[in-house]
Design a protein around this ligand. Structure first.
Ligand SMILES: [Zn+2]
Ligand SMILES: [Zn+2]
Length: 85
């Protein structure tokens, strides 16, 4: 367990930080050239941490909000076998 959550998928477009590619993809909506950033809250993402860090661009930043996809992204959420909808 690391003490701090690190930004794993950084968006150069809006500068937000994401816990993974799925969360990143979720805030990018639209097709082809229409694809653009949306507010993570508007696309159903959740705040994972507010004390994340990011060194994707330049000096490391602390206290960053890291966005995640809802619970299904959490490996500790349980053993979903596809029965629940
Ligand atoms: Zn973005
Ligand atoms: Zn970042």
């Amino acid at each position: 367990m690391s003490a701090r959550m690190k930004c794993l998928a950084h968006c150069g477009g809006c500068g937000r930080h994401f816990a993974g590619d799925r969360a990143f993809d979720a805030h990018r909506r639209g097709k082809g050239a229409e694809r653009r950033c949306h507010d993570p809250q508007d696309v159903g993402l959740e705040i994972k941490r507010t004390d994340g860090r990011c060194d994707m661009y330049g000096p490391e930043q602390y206290g960053q909000v890291i966005w995640q996809t809802p619970a299904v992204d959490n490996p500790f959420a349980g053993h979903a076998e596809g029965g629940q909808v």
